[in-house]
Design a protein around this ligand. Sequence first.
Ligand code: NAP
Length: 304
Amino acid sequence: MEEIVIIGSGCAGMGAAIYAARAGMSPLVIEGAQPGGLLTTTSDVENFPGFPEGVNGFDLLWKMREQAQKFGARIENAVVEKVDFSGETKKVFCSGEKVFEAKKIVVATGSSPRMTGAKGEAEMYGGKGVSACATCDGAFYRGKDVAVVGGGDSACEEAVFLTRFCSSVKIIHRRGEFRASKIMADRALSNPKIEPVWDSVVDEILPDENGLCRGVAVRNAKTGEKSEIACKAVFVAIGHKPNTDIFKGILEMDDEGYIVPLSGTQVKTNVENVFVAGDCADKTFRQAITASAMGCMAAILASS
Ligand code: NAP
C-alpha cells in the first residue's frame, strides 16, 4: 500500500511530489498521458519566480521532476482509467492493468485544450493543419501564413511565438478586443507579422485537395458577413477544459467539470484523504505558480 499517490505530473503534481517526498511519504506519481503536463508545450515561461530571463516550460517541469525524485518520489508511466475512493484504501486503476492502493491521493490531472468544434477541425487535427500547440507544431509551417483562434494570453503568446517561423499570423477573435493581459496583447499587436481579425467566428477549416488546411471560413459576429482567410495552419487557443471525467460522481464538481474543494480549504475534496491541486480545480488563476502552490498545500495537509 502506498502512503500517497499523486495523479498527474504537471506543476501541481510536482509541487505535491516535492513536498510529500520531503515529508518522507515516498510518493508515487502517475504521470498520465502527457508527462510534465501542459506547461511542457509552452516555449518561454516569463512569470515563474526565480527565472528573470524566463525559462522553457519543458525545462522547468523537468527540473521539478528531478527535484521530486531527488527526495524519493517515484514516477510511474501510466494513465489512470478508473478510481475507487469509496473505502479507506483508495484504489487507482491504470492502463496496462496496473492497480495501486493508497492511504492518500492528490488529484492533479490538469486540463486539456478546448477546440472550437468548427467543421473540418477534428478531421485536420494532428498533422493536417489544425493544432492546439504552436510550440509543438509551429516549426512545420516555416515561411507560411497561419492563423490563431482566440483572444486570451495563450492566443497572443502562440501568435508571437509563431512569428519566429511563419510569414504572417492572423489572430481570429470573436470579439473586438483581447481578453489577454495588456503586456501580452501589446506584444502581439505591435508585432508587424501579426494582424488581428476582430469580431470573427470560425465556421469551417477548409481542406485542400489532399485534405490539408488551406484556410478558414469566418463569419463576422456583428454583421454576419462571411469571408475566407487563406492559411496553411490554424492554432486553436481558446482555453482549456478540466481533465476530470474519471472523477464524475465521486468528487464534487461544478457544471464545467472543475473539482470543487471543500469550502475554505482550497485543496480538500468531499472525500476524506483525497486532495486536489492545480487546473483541474482552478478556473480563476490557472498559473504554473498557483498550481505548484496548490500541490504544496495538498501535500502538507496529506502529510499532517
Ligand atoms: P482564456 O483566458 O480563457 O481565453 C480564452 C479566449 O478564447 C478568450 O478570448 C475567449 O473569448 C476565446 N474563446 C473561448 N471559447 C471560444 C470559442 N468557442 N470560440 C472562439 N473563441 C473562444 O484562456 P487562455 O488564453 O488559454 O489563458 C488561460 C489562463 O492561462 C489565463 O489565466 C491566462 O492569463 C494564463 N496564461 C498566461 C500566460 C502568460 O502569462 N505567459 C500565457 C498563457 C496563458 P472571449 O474573450 O470572448 O471570452
